[in-house]
Design a protein around this ligand. Structure first.
Ligand code: HEC
Length: 277
């Protein structure tokens, strides 16, 4: 369904009834219409018949609403339940704004999400995040390990971009290691190793407001939907003592190493071979 805007007046309110798919092209038209209004208090956006909103359009709507609110006025939004209510409460409006903001392209999303018990929810799309590096059979003691796994490290793209600008990790940066079994012989392969089944996820993130120790750690079984936080000493201490940048092992991430060195946030001493206590 193509995008349409109809305008209607009801009392002092101007109602913009949007229908169809809102895509990037529709933004210019919407912007012209909304910006012509001087009285935000009396605008109603009726989104009841909107089928799909693309990320740019969401970003625009969210931005518009946010600015409306800081002027201590607001745009009323209507829709979803079919009941013709003209005025929606602030709570609903804010919830709508939050949903829009979460989807806005320039916002810092995704972020860690929790369930009602405070356990971390597994992120579904971490394989679309920025890939930092892969390890194979990495082992931190000289004792032989049981069997060698691949470790693929990912971080949210927005956090990575911020790192490129400032050489350290912004709040809410989140890292996922996707751990996979290794196989050698298969199909036409005779030597070397390739990756197979997921054996678990290790997750780490920086959130000073939530964690007195700033960095939190979680381990997920291959099919787990949520995970409890790890007791401090299992993960935190090694990540406090040995990484080159804050709690992260940038000494093993070849694209970030030169960035951190440039910003002077890189601890060179952490490259030295040492025994983990
Ligand atoms: C003995 C030291 C040590 C301990 C203990 C440890 N890690 Fe790590 N961790 C590392 C090293 C080394 C790397 C980088 C190597 C890699 O890519 O696998 C790393 C990388 C990570 C990363 C990727 C981001 C980063 O910090 O570089 C995550 C996520 C992570 N570990 C989570 C955990 C979790 C969860 C635990 C506890 C269950 C844990 N780690 C325990 C040494 C440790």
């Amino acid at each position: 369904m193509t995008f349409r805007i109809e305008t209607a007046a009801r009392g002092r309110s101007t109602i913009f009834i949007l229908s169809g798919r809102i895509e990037t092209d529709a933004i210019a038209e919407l912007r012209r219409l909304l910006e012509r209004q001087t009285d935000y208090q009396n605008i109603v956006l009726d989104l009841k018949d909107v089928s799909l909103v693309d990320r740019n359009a969401m970003g625009f709507l969210a931005h518009f609403l946010k600015n409306g609110k800081t002027n201590e006025t607001y745009i009323q939004m209507k829709g979803t339940d079919g009941v013709m209510k003209l005025v929606l409460g602030f709570a609903l409006i804010s919830a709508f704004c939050l949903a829009l903001l979460a989807a806005a392209p320039d916002e810092k999303s995704p972020k860690p999400q929790y369930d009602a018990k405070g356990n971390l929810l597994r992120t579904a799309d971490y394989r679309d995040w920025e890939f930092l590096s892969a390890g194979y059979g990495m082992n931190y003691t000289s004792a032989p390990g049981s069997h060698d796994l691949f470790t693929n490290v990912f971080v949210q793209r927005w956090a990575y971009e911020e790192f490129l600008k400032i050489g350290k990790w912004p709040e809410q940066s989140m890292f996922v290691i996707d751990e996979r079994d290794a196989q050698s012989k298969g199909s036409i392969n005779k030597k070397g190793h390739f990756q197979t089944d997921l054996t678990g996820l290790a997750v780490e993130f920086k959130d000073s407001a939530r964690n007195p120790r700033k960095w939190a750690y979680y381990g997920f079984e291959p099919n787990a939907k949520s995970a409890e936080t790890m007791p401090k000493d299992i993960c935190w201490s090694c990540h406090e003592q040995h990484p080159a940048v804050e709690h992260t092992f940038v000494q093993f991430y070849p694209t970030l190493q030169p960035v951190a060195k440039n910003f002077g946030t890189y601890n060179e001493a952490r490259e030295k071979l040492e025994e983990v206590k």
